[in-house]
Design a protein around this ligand. Sequence first.
Ligand SMILES: Cc1cc2nc3c(=O)[nH]c(=O)nc-3n(C[C@H](O)[C@H](O)[C@H](O)COP(=O)(O)OP(=O)(O)OC[C@H]3O[C@@H](n4cnc5c(N)ncnc54)[C@H](O)[C@@H]3O)c2cc1C
Length: 369
Amino acid sequence: MTVHILGGGPAGLYTGLQLLKRGFEVKIYERKPDIGLSQHCTGIVSKRTIENYDLPQKLVLNRFKGVSLKISDNLIEVRTSIPKAYRIDRYLFEKELEYRVLNLGGDIILNYHDVSKIRSSSEYIVDATGSISYIKDVKSDFLPSLQLEFHTTDSKLYDLFDDETVYLFFDKELNRDFFIWLVKYLDRYIIGSASLQNLHKILRNTLSNWGIRNYNIVARYYGFLIVGGPRRRFYSDRRDSVYVGDSAGQTKPSTGGGLYYISIASRILSKKFSEGELDYSTEFYKILGKEIALQKLARLIFLELDNKEFINLVEIMSRKELLNMLLLYGDMDYHATSMLNLIDKDILKYLFKHPRIISEGIKIISSIF
Ligand SMILES: Cc1cc2nc3c(=O)[nH]c(=O)nc-3n(C[C@H](O)[C@H](O)[C@H](O)COP(=O)(O)OP(=O)(O)OC[C@H]3O[C@@H](n4cnc5c(N)ncnc54)[C@H](O)[C@@H]3O)c2cc1C
Protein backbone atom coordinates (compact mmCIF):
# COMPACT_ATOMS: atom_id res chain seq x y z
CA MET A 1 0.00 0.00 0.00
CA THR A 2 1.32 3.46 -0.90
CA VAL A 3 1.13 6.42 1.46
CA HIS A 4 1.39 9.85 -0.18
CA ILE A 5 2.98 12.47 2.06
CA LEU A 6 2.62 16.15 1.19
CA GLY A 7 5.62 18.13 2.47
CA GLY A 8 9.26 17.10 2.85
CA GLY A 9 10.10 18.85 6.14
CA PRO A 10 10.98 16.99 9.36
CA ALA A 11 7.40 15.73 9.86
CA GLY A 12 6.96 14.43 6.31
CA LEU A 13 10.39 12.82 6.18
CA TYR A 14 10.30 11.25 9.63
CA THR A 15 6.75 9.94 9.14
CA GLY A 16 7.85 8.54 5.78
CA LEU A 17 10.75 6.80 7.47
CA GLN A 18 8.53 5.22 10.13
CA LEU A 19 6.03 4.02 7.50
CA LEU A 20 8.81 2.53 5.36
CA LYS A 21 10.04 0.60 8.39
CA ARG A 22 6.54 -0.84 8.74
CA GLY A 23 6.49 -2.04 5.13
CA PHE A 24 4.46 0.73 3.46
CA GLU A 25 5.47 2.25 0.15
CA VAL A 26 6.07 5.96 0.58
CA LYS A 27 5.99 8.90 -1.81
CA ILE A 28 6.90 12.34 -0.42
CA TYR A 29 5.98 15.44 -2.45
CA GLU A 30 8.00 18.58 -1.69
CA ARG A 31 7.23 21.84 -3.44
CA LYS A 32 10.73 23.28 -3.04
CA PRO A 33 13.59 22.30 -5.38
CA ASP A 34 15.52 20.57 -2.57
CA ILE A 35 15.13 19.16 0.93
CA GLY A 36 16.34 21.32 3.82
CA LEU A 37 15.61 24.72 2.32
CA SER A 38 13.15 25.84 5.02
CA GLN A 39 15.33 27.63 7.54
CA HIS A 40 12.77 29.16 9.92
CA CYS A 41 13.75 26.93 12.87
CA THR A 42 16.51 27.58 15.44
CA GLY A 43 17.06 23.85 16.00
CA ILE A 44 17.25 23.81 19.80
CA VAL A 45 16.35 20.36 21.08
CA SER A 46 16.64 18.15 24.13
CA LYS A 47 18.94 15.14 24.48
CA ARG A 48 15.81 12.99 24.32
CA THR A 49 14.94 14.43 20.90
CA ILE A 50 18.42 13.68 19.56
CA GLU A 51 18.05 10.13 20.83
CA ASN A 52 14.54 9.73 19.40
CA TYR A 53 15.80 10.64 15.92
CA ASP A 54 19.06 8.74 16.57
CA LEU A 55 21.06 11.69 15.22
CA PRO A 56 24.83 11.54 14.72
CA GLN A 57 26.93 13.93 16.82
CA LYS A 58 28.20 15.72 13.70
CA LEU A 59 24.79 17.41 13.42
CA VAL A 60 25.17 19.12 16.79
CA LEU A 61 26.30 22.76 16.57
CA ASN A 62 25.88 23.91 20.18
CA ARG A 63 25.93 22.07 23.48
CA PHE A 64 24.20 24.33 25.97
CA LYS A 65 25.33 24.10 29.58
CA GLY A 66 23.77 27.36 30.62
CA VAL A 67 20.60 29.38 30.44
CA SER A 68 20.53 33.11 30.89
CA LEU A 69 17.04 34.34 31.64
CA LYS A 70 16.58 38.09 31.61
CA ILE A 71 13.19 39.35 32.68
CA SER A 72 13.24 43.12 32.31
CA ASP A 73 16.09 44.01 34.69
CA ASN A 74 16.17 40.69 36.58
CA LEU A 75 18.90 38.33 35.46
CA ILE A 76 18.92 34.65 36.38
CA GLU A 77 21.86 32.60 35.14
CA VAL A 78 22.29 28.90 35.64
CA ARG A 79 25.16 26.66 34.55
CA THR A 80 25.39 22.90 34.64
CA SER A 81 28.37 20.60 34.21
CA ILE A 82 26.73 18.61 31.41
CA PRO A 83 24.74 19.97 28.45
CA LYS A 84 21.01 20.41 29.09
CA ALA A 85 20.06 21.32 25.51
CA TYR A 86 21.56 21.18 22.03
CA ARG A 87 21.29 23.02 18.75
CA ILE A 88 21.34 20.94 15.62
CA ASP A 89 22.14 21.96 12.06
CA ARG A 90 18.64 22.08 10.58
CA TYR A 91 19.80 21.71 6.98
CA LEU A 92 21.91 18.62 7.73
CA PHE A 93 19.11 17.23 9.92
CA GLU A 94 16.65 17.19 7.02
CA LYS A 95 19.37 15.89 4.68
CA GLU A 96 20.03 13.03 7.13
CA LEU A 97 16.31 12.13 7.17
CA GLU A 98 16.17 12.38 3.36
CA TYR A 99 19.14 9.99 3.08
CA ARG A 100 17.45 7.46 5.37
CA VAL A 101 14.15 7.65 3.46
CA LEU A 102 15.87 7.09 0.10
CA ASN A 103 17.97 4.30 1.58
CA LEU A 104 14.83 2.39 2.56
CA GLY A 105 13.37 2.79 -0.93
CA GLY A 106 11.13 5.82 -0.34
CA ASP A 107 10.42 8.15 -3.22
CA ILE A 108 10.91 11.94 -2.87
CA ILE A 109 9.47 14.12 -5.62
CA LEU A 110 10.86 17.66 -5.56
CA ASN A 111 9.44 20.81 -7.15
CA TYR A 112 5.96 19.37 -6.83
CA HIS A 113 3.07 21.82 -7.13
CA ASP A 114 0.05 19.74 -8.09
CA VAL A 115 -1.17 18.75 -4.63
CA SER A 116 -4.85 18.74 -5.68
CA LYS A 117 -4.12 15.87 -8.08
CA ILE A 118 -2.75 13.74 -5.22
CA ARG A 119 -5.64 14.71 -2.96
CA SER A 120 -8.25 13.61 -5.50
CA SER A 121 -6.63 10.34 -6.53
CA SER A 122 -5.05 8.84 -3.42
CA GLU A 123 -6.41 6.97 -0.46
CA TYR A 124 -3.70 7.44 2.15
CA ILE A 125 -2.64 11.08 2.37
CA VAL A 126 -0.54 12.58 5.12
CA ASP A 127 -0.54 16.38 5.26
CA ALA A 128 2.89 17.48 6.52
CA THR A 129 2.90 20.82 4.73
CA GLY A 130 3.74 22.86 7.83
CA SER A 131 2.19 25.78 9.66
CA ILE A 132 0.18 27.30 6.77
CA SER A 133 -2.10 24.26 6.69
CA TYR A 134 -2.82 24.71 10.44
CA ILE A 135 -3.27 28.48 10.13
CA LYS A 136 -5.75 28.12 7.24
CA ASP A 137 -7.98 25.81 9.30
CA VAL A 138 -7.48 26.97 12.87
CA LYS A 139 -7.10 30.69 12.07
CA SER A 140 -5.73 31.73 15.47
CA ASP A 141 -2.98 31.15 17.99
CA PHE A 142 0.00 31.61 15.75
CA LEU A 143 2.57 34.38 15.59
CA PRO A 144 4.71 35.58 12.68
CA SER A 145 8.37 34.98 13.52
CA LEU A 146 11.66 36.49 12.45
CA GLN A 147 15.23 35.42 13.09
CA LEU A 148 18.20 37.56 12.16
CA GLU A 149 21.57 35.93 11.65
CA PHE A 150 24.35 38.45 12.04
CA HIS A 151 28.02 38.87 12.71
CA THR A 152 29.79 41.81 14.21
CA THR A 153 33.23 43.18 14.82
CA ASP A 154 32.02 44.64 18.12
CA SER A 155 34.29 42.90 20.65
CA LYS A 156 31.83 43.72 23.44
CA LEU A 157 29.67 40.85 22.24
CA TYR A 158 32.39 38.31 22.97
CA ASP A 159 32.13 39.25 26.64
CA LEU A 160 28.34 39.27 26.62
CA PHE A 161 27.54 35.99 24.88
CA ASP A 162 29.06 32.52 24.57
CA ASP A 163 28.32 29.37 22.54
CA GLU A 164 27.30 27.31 25.56
CA THR A 165 24.41 29.47 26.73
CA VAL A 166 20.86 30.03 25.50
CA TYR A 167 19.79 33.63 26.14
CA LEU A 168 16.10 34.28 26.75
CA PHE A 169 14.64 37.74 27.28
CA PHE A 170 11.18 38.46 28.55
CA ASP A 171 10.19 42.10 28.34
CA LYS A 172 6.54 42.75 27.68
CA GLU A 173 7.22 46.40 26.93
CA LEU A 174 9.50 45.34 24.10
CA ASN A 175 7.37 42.43 22.91
CA ARG A 176 4.05 41.69 24.60
CA ASP A 177 3.47 38.47 22.61
CA PHE A 178 6.54 36.31 23.14
CA PHE A 179 10.07 36.15 24.46
CA ILE A 180 13.23 36.95 22.49
CA TRP A 181 16.01 34.39 22.14
CA LEU A 182 19.65 34.59 21.17
CA VAL A 183 22.23 31.91 20.42
CA LYS A 184 25.82 32.20 19.26
CA TYR A 185 27.81 29.81 17.09
CA LEU A 186 31.43 30.62 16.17
CA ASP A 187 31.32 34.19 14.81
CA ARG A 188 27.57 34.10 14.07
CA TYR A 189 24.66 35.18 16.25
CA ILE A 190 21.00 34.37 15.80
CA ILE A 191 18.41 36.54 17.47
CA GLY A 192 14.74 35.76 17.04
CA SER A 193 11.25 36.32 18.30
CA ALA A 194 7.60 36.03 17.35
CA SER A 195 4.98 38.72 17.52
CA LEU A 196 2.00 40.42 15.97
CA GLN A 197 3.95 43.65 16.38
CA ASN A 198 6.81 44.88 14.18
CA LEU A 199 9.47 42.20 14.58
CA HIS A 200 12.25 44.11 12.84
CA LYS A 201 11.76 46.93 15.33
CA ILE A 202 11.63 44.55 18.32
CA LEU A 203 14.89 42.84 17.37
CA ARG A 204 16.63 46.10 16.43
CA ASN A 205 15.59 47.66 19.75
CA THR A 206 16.76 44.62 21.69
CA LEU A 207 20.20 44.82 20.08
CA SER A 208 20.39 48.54 20.61
CA ASN A 209 19.45 48.12 24.32
CA TRP A 210 22.66 46.10 24.66
CA GLY A 211 24.55 48.90 22.94
CA ILE A 212 25.06 46.77 19.81
CA ARG A 213 24.83 48.98 16.75
CA ASN A 214 27.50 47.71 14.37
CA TYR A 215 26.38 44.40 12.98
CA ASN A 216 25.95 42.87 9.54
CA ILE A 217 22.82 40.87 8.97
CA VAL A 218 23.69 37.90 6.78
CA ALA A 219 20.26 36.24 6.69
CA ARG A 220 16.65 36.81 7.69
CA TYR A 221 14.41 33.82 8.38
CA TYR A 222 10.65 34.30 8.40
CA GLY A 223 8.09 31.81 9.65
CA PHE A 224 5.04 31.22 11.78
CA LEU A 225 5.25 29.98 15.33
CA ILE A 226 2.25 27.94 16.46
CA VAL A 227 1.43 28.57 20.10
CA GLY A 228 -2.21 27.51 20.37
CA GLY A 229 -1.69 23.78 20.83
CA PRO A 230 -2.50 20.99 18.39
CA ARG A 231 -5.73 20.35 16.51
CA ARG A 232 -8.20 18.29 18.51
CA ARG A 233 -8.20 15.53 15.91
CA PHE A 234 -5.44 14.74 13.44
CA TYR A 235 -7.68 13.06 10.90
CA SER A 236 -10.03 15.12 8.75
CA ASP A 237 -12.89 13.27 7.00
CA ARG A 238 -13.63 16.40 5.00
CA ARG A 239 -10.13 16.61 3.58
CA ASP A 240 -9.50 12.88 3.86
CA SER A 241 -6.07 13.70 5.29
CA VAL A 242 -4.04 12.85 8.33
CA TYR A 243 -2.07 15.76 9.77
CA VAL A 244 1.36 15.58 11.36
CA GLY A 245 3.90 18.16 12.55
CA ASP A 246 3.12 21.87 12.26
CA SER A 247 0.11 21.16 10.02
CA ALA A 248 -1.37 19.35 13.05
CA GLY A 249 -0.26 22.20 15.34
CA GLN A 250 2.04 19.78 17.17
CA THR A 251 4.28 22.37 18.82
CA LYS A 252 4.88 23.37 22.42
CA PRO A 253 2.46 26.22 23.24
CA SER A 254 4.97 28.01 25.47
CA THR A 255 8.03 27.86 23.18
CA GLY A 256 6.79 26.85 19.71
CA GLY A 257 9.31 23.96 19.57
CA GLY A 258 8.04 21.15 17.37
CA LEU A 259 10.81 18.62 16.74
CA TYR A 260 10.26 16.57 19.90
CA TYR A 261 6.51 16.24 19.27
CA ILE A 262 7.15 15.21 15.66
CA SER A 263 9.43 12.39 16.83
CA ILE A 264 6.53 11.03 18.90
CA ALA A 265 3.62 11.78 16.56
CA SER A 266 5.26 10.14 13.52
CA ARG A 267 5.78 6.89 15.39
CA ILE A 268 2.23 6.73 16.74
CA LEU A 269 0.79 7.61 13.31
CA SER A 270 2.71 4.85 11.55
CA LYS A 271 1.72 2.27 14.19
CA LYS A 272 -1.95 3.22 13.79
CA PHE A 273 -1.67 3.05 9.98
CA SER A 274 -0.25 -0.46 10.24
CA GLU A 275 -3.32 -1.38 12.33
CA GLY A 276 -5.55 0.04 9.59
CA GLU A 277 -6.56 3.18 11.51
CA LEU A 278 -6.06 6.77 10.39
CA ASP A 279 -6.71 8.81 13.53
CA TYR A 280 -3.97 8.77 16.14
CA SER A 281 -5.14 11.75 18.24
CA THR A 282 -6.13 9.73 21.34
CA GLU A 283 -2.72 8.06 21.63
CA PHE A 284 -0.89 11.36 21.04
CA TYR A 285 -2.88 13.15 23.75
CA LYS A 286 -2.43 10.23 26.14
CA ILE A 287 1.33 10.90 26.08
CA LEU A 288 1.44 14.68 25.69
CA GLY A 289 -2.04 15.99 26.57
CA LYS A 290 -1.28 16.97 30.17
CA GLU A 291 1.95 18.80 29.32
CA ILE A 292 0.34 20.63 26.40
CA ALA A 293 -2.59 21.75 28.59
CA LEU A 294 -0.19 23.04 31.26
CA GLN A 295 1.89 24.87 28.66
CA LYS A 296 -1.29 26.56 27.42
CA LEU A 297 -1.88 27.68 30.99
CA ALA A 298 1.68 29.02 31.26
CA ARG A 299 1.16 30.96 28.02
CA LEU A 300 -2.15 32.33 29.29
CA ILE A 301 -0.44 33.59 32.44
CA PHE A 302 2.24 35.29 30.34
CA LEU A 303 -0.40 36.99 28.17
CA GLU A 304 -2.70 38.03 31.01
CA LEU A 305 -0.10 39.71 33.23
CA ASP A 306 1.20 43.14 32.34
CA ASN A 307 4.93 43.83 32.52
CA LYS A 308 4.87 44.92 36.17
CA GLU A 309 2.73 41.97 37.29
CA PHE A 310 4.92 39.57 35.35
CA ILE A 311 8.05 40.99 37.01
CA ASN A 312 6.36 40.66 40.43
CA LEU A 313 5.61 37.02 39.75
CA VAL A 314 9.21 36.44 38.68
CA GLU A 315 10.43 38.13 41.86
CA ILE A 316 8.26 35.86 44.03
CA MET A 317 9.64 32.85 42.16
CA SER A 318 13.23 34.14 42.35
CA ARG A 319 13.04 34.74 46.11
CA LYS A 320 12.20 31.08 46.52
CA GLU A 321 14.90 30.07 44.00
CA LEU A 322 12.15 28.39 41.99
CA LEU A 323 13.33 29.60 38.60
CA ASN A 324 16.88 28.39 39.29
CA MET A 325 15.48 25.01 40.26
CA LEU A 326 13.37 24.90 37.12
CA LEU A 327 16.34 25.74 34.91
CA LEU A 328 18.63 23.31 36.72
CA TYR A 329 16.37 20.30 37.23
CA GLY A 330 13.36 20.91 34.97
CA ASP A 331 12.72 18.76 31.92
CA MET A 332 12.95 20.80 28.71
CA ASP A 333 10.25 18.76 26.96
CA TYR A 334 7.97 18.71 30.01
CA HIS A 335 8.85 22.06 31.59
CA ALA A 336 5.23 22.97 32.40
CA THR A 337 4.85 19.75 34.40
CA SER A 338 8.16 20.53 36.14
CA MET A 339 6.86 24.04 36.88
CA LEU A 340 3.58 22.74 38.32
CA ASN A 341 5.56 20.76 40.88
CA LEU A 342 7.20 23.99 42.06
CA ILE A 343 4.09 26.14 42.42
CA ASP A 344 3.19 26.90 46.02
CA LYS A 345 0.41 28.80 47.81
CA ASP A 346 2.07 32.25 47.45
CA ILE A 347 2.20 31.88 43.69
CA LEU A 348 -1.35 30.54 43.53
CA LYS A 349 -2.56 33.45 45.67
CA TYR A 350 -0.87 35.88 43.28
CA LEU A 351 -2.32 34.24 40.17
CA PHE A 352 -5.81 33.97 41.63
CA LYS A 353 -6.09 37.76 41.62
CA HIS A 354 -6.68 37.48 37.88
CA PRO A 355 -10.21 36.29 37.06
CA ARG A 356 -9.38 35.17 33.51
CA ILE A 357 -6.47 33.07 34.73
CA ILE A 358 -8.85 31.35 37.16
CA SER A 359 -11.68 30.78 34.67
CA GLU A 360 -9.49 29.73 31.74
CA GLY A 361 -7.16 27.85 34.09
CA ILE A 362 -10.04 25.75 35.40
CA LYS A 363 -11.11 24.94 31.82
CA ILE A 364 -7.57 23.97 30.85
CA ILE A 365 -6.93 21.89 33.98
CA SER A 366 -10.30 20.11 33.69
CA SER A 367 -9.49 19.22 30.06
CA ILE A 368 -6.63 17.09 31.43
CA PHE A 369 -8.88 14.89 33.55
C1 LIG B 1 11.15 30.91 14.44
C2 LIG B 1 10.99 29.46 14.75
C3 LIG B 1 11.93 28.84 15.55
C4 LIG B 1 11.77 27.49 15.87
N1 LIG B 1 12.70 26.90 16.66
C5 LIG B 1 12.56 25.62 17.03
C6 LIG B 1 13.51 25.00 17.87
O1 LIG B 1 14.50 25.63 18.27
N2 LIG B 1 13.31 23.70 18.23
C7 LIG B 1 12.22 22.99 17.80
O2 LIG B 1 12.06 21.82 18.19
N3 LIG B 1 11.31 23.55 16.98
C8 LIG B 1 11.45 24.84 16.58
N4 LIG B 1 10.54 25.41 15.74
C9 LIG B 1 9.41 24.60 15.24
C10 LIG B 1 9.87 23.71 14.09
O3 LIG B 1 10.55 24.49 13.14
C11 LIG B 1 8.66 23.08 13.43
O4 LIG B 1 7.88 22.44 14.41
C12 LIG B 1 9.08 22.06 12.37
O5 LIG B 1 9.86 22.65 11.38
C13 LIG B 1 7.82 21.48 11.74
O6 LIG B 1 8.17 20.58 10.74
P1 LIG B 1 7.09 20.26 9.59
O7 LIG B 1 7.74 19.26 8.73
O8 LIG B 1 5.78 19.99 10.21
O9 LIG B 1 6.92 21.65 8.83
P2 LIG B 1 7.99 22.45 7.96
O10 LIG B 1 9.33 22.39 8.59
O11 LIG B 1 7.39 23.79 7.73
O12 LIG B 1 8.04 21.65 6.59
C14 LIG B 1 6.94 21.63 5.72
C15 LIG B 1 7.45 21.29 4.33
O13 LIG B 1 6.33 21.17 3.46
C16 LIG B 1 6.60 21.85 2.25
N5 LIG B 1 5.31 22.25 1.67
C17 LIG B 1 4.48 23.23 2.10
N6 LIG B 1 3.37 23.27 1.34
C18 LIG B 1 3.51 22.29 0.41
C19 LIG B 1 2.69 21.84 -0.65
N7 LIG B 1 1.51 22.40 -0.91
N8 LIG B 1 3.13 20.80 -1.40
C20 LIG B 1 4.33 20.21 -1.15
N9 LIG B 1 5.15 20.61 -0.16
C21 LIG B 1 4.74 21.63 0.62
C22 LIG B 1 7.48 23.02 2.66
O14 LIG B 1 8.25 23.49 1.56
C23 LIG B 1 8.35 22.37 3.74
O15 LIG B 1 9.51 21.77 3.21
C24 LIG B 1 10.66 26.75 15.38
C25 LIG B 1 9.73 27.38 14.54
C26 LIG B 1 9.89 28.72 14.22
C27 LIG B 1 8.88 29.39 13.33
